[in-house]
Design a protein around this ligand. Sequence first.
Ligand code: GLV
Ligand code: MN
Ligand code: MN
Length: 420
Amino acid sequence: MTKNSFTTLAEEVIARCRKLATLSEDAVGTRRTFLSPPMHDCHHEVSSRMQALGMNVSVDAVGNLRGFYPGASPGAPRILMGSHLDTVPNAGAFDGILGVVLAVAQVESLNGLKLPFAIEVVGFSEEEGVRFGVPFIGSRALVGRVDEELLGRKDENGISVQKAIQTFGLNPNEISRAALGDDILGYIEFHIEQGPMLESLGRPLGVVEAIVGQNRLEFIFSGQANHAGTTPMNLRHDALAAAAEWIVTVENLARSTPGIVATVGFVEAKPGATNVIAGEARATLDIRHASDHARTETLDELIRQAEAIAARRGLTVKWRMLLSQNAVLMDSFLTEQIEHAIKKTGCEPHRMASGAGHDAMILAEKIPAAMIFLRTPGGISHDPAESVHLDDVAKALECGHHLLAQLASSQEFLGRTCRA
Ligand code: GLV
Ligand code: MN
Ligand code: MN
């Protein structure tokens, strides 16, 4: 492949991502949550491309789309490449899906050449946690972590994960078959950085050394709903006001604790009327830090603060943990190989930690995993303004091409025993 042909392929990759962004639950903007109807269309679109390349396509029992490109010999080990197909509400066109479309394009760039390993491209069904409040359902199935508690979890319409799987035409009894086999050499994920670092350094590509840990929780403040006109201010038990005080506390504590990022991204007041004092307020918390110790210490303090605020206002507060995920390191061998591959494209690689969560952090529990970041213009993500530069996508394809060649000729890599 020449530099020009990487650019031509990169144009197609961007056009495919933009087209896939039109497959949405919402009339305006992209929202494609776990096993929602547009996910069928997304599977159809991505799998036709895979099939055209001679890949063997299947959908596992949690809805991960899997395309298998065989290796040079029968029974050759495999590498996994991919990212997620689901989106946040009002999403951009590249978070997740770029990693899937790039992986398919990487197979395309081989022009039928078979490597000493097979390539399985995985389009994970769920990474964002939008529909059920818990992220990584797709990758959790690969490491055998989809349990009864997760299957019973319900969405806003009272539909359980188990029911959603059945409605999509899949069989929840077959989830164990989605698990990783013992023939995996590693997992490689391309993803947009979703932050400003690479842009500020003027570098198109970065290599991820670690992914920060995160917790996601739901808090419910319970007070007393009452009349907005007749209840004196000193006799109120306003759940929304308590939640609001706590939200500002979250921001203040996060600002004053180095490295912590904490977000309340969802609030709901009940009953939710202008002239009714809120009797209940529900708020989510997302908290992250590179150090697990610093994260859990700050989280404990935020829980104490929620309880103190509720008690002072004559309310109660309950919380439940939706996710507790420690920070993970990426595989050092693959990370070095990625650095070499980036250098071969003529770019200087930048080693960095990822503040965003990724499927790679789940797979890293069982197999060597690594990530390559693409510069994100303006650092904007989780928003329709999210974009990529054509040249950066071409560099990513070229980097992937070098990486596959390096791995194909590395006895150290091919001789690795799998930890799955
Ligand atoms: C994934 O987008 C995350 O929330 O980190
Ligand atoms: Mn995301
Ligand atoms: Mn993502």
